[in-house]
Design a protein around this ligand. Structure first.
Ligand code: XBP
Ligand code: MG
Length: 252
């Protein structure tokens, strides 16, 4: 099948945003709101099993703290907390503190030169995507993506396939003419659930998860001067993921 589009997850795939971006933003929001909650790296790793910042706060209350979530106004509190957190997170991004992962900018530029269409399919909030693209990729990078499917635009977040199905509908393409890029088990379940062959690039929070069904499992997308490590799949001797390799994978 001819490859026509690439669909990218954001957090953990385009950039390592969780430990030093989202996590401190949550903690700053808790402090501003007057809560004594603090998510250290280990706790946050446990909470990442739930996608979606609002859902993650609810999961924390349910499983890890004594707060009574049935109290009146709990939903309003979660929404307000998440709005504050998003303000802190986009501020962290605007200071350029979260760089793109290896090979991401190179592959995106190659894809554009090759005429491949680009889309995003993420659980995170849309304004977080805009901030990351603008401050870590290029000022005009939002325009590189034909579709930015993000956050609450679908009822069910990853691992449900909804966000990828939404992006494919917006692209008007069948999954067979596309490839997806993910970093987590939840993300891979979502993309495979939408029928998409998927390249996984691991990170510190996901390197012990299960990635059965992935087209390849790599340390990152690689650079000519810094080849990636191949944990599963066949990069046919290449040390980095190029459009040419993706086209070979798509047509295999
Ligand atoms: C990762 C997520 C998001 C972020 C936090 O999304 O699950 O919820 O952790 O962002 P993906 P929000 O890997 O699909 O990009 O607080 O805006 O949800
Ligand atoms: Mg991710």
């Amino acid at each position: 099948m001819v490859l026509k589009a690439l669909l990218f997850d954001v957090d953990g795939t385009l950039a390592d945003t969780e430990r030093d971006g989202h996590r401190p933003a949550f903690n700053q929001a808790f402090k501003e709101y007057g809560l004594d909650w603090h998510w250290d790296e280990a706790m946050y790793g446990k909470l990442l099993t739930v996608t979606g910042g609002k859902e993650r706060i609810r999961y924390y209350v349910e499983c890890f703290c004594t707060q009574d979530e049935s109290q009146l106004g709990f939903d309003d509190m979660v929404s307000e907390l998440h709005r504050i957190k998003t303000r802190y997170y986009t501020a962290i991004l605007s200071e350029g503190r979260i760089p793109l992962r290896p090979g991401v900018k190179r592959l995106l530029q190659e894809a554009r030169t090759s005429g491949l269409r680009l889309a995003i399919a993420t659980t995170t909030t849309p304004e977080n995507v805009t901030a990351l693209l603008r401050h870590s990729l290029a000022e005009d990078a939002v325009g590189w993506f034909e579709v930015i499917a993000a956050g609450d635009v679908v009822p069910a977040k990853k691992p449900a396939p909804d966000i990828y199905q939404f992006a494919l509908r917006e692209l008007g393409l069948p999954p067979s003419e596309c490839l997806a890029f993910e970093d987590s088990e939840n993300g891979l379940k979502s993309s495979i659930g939408a029928g998409l062959r998927t390249v996984v690039t691991l990170n510190g929070y996901t390197d012990e998860q299960a990635f059965g069904g992935a087209l390849a499992v790599l340390s990152d997308l690689g650079e000519p001067h810094a080849p990636c490590h191949v944990l599963a799949g066949d990069t046919q001797g290449s040390g980095w993921v190029s459009v040419e390799l993706l086209q070979r994978w798509a047509e295999a």
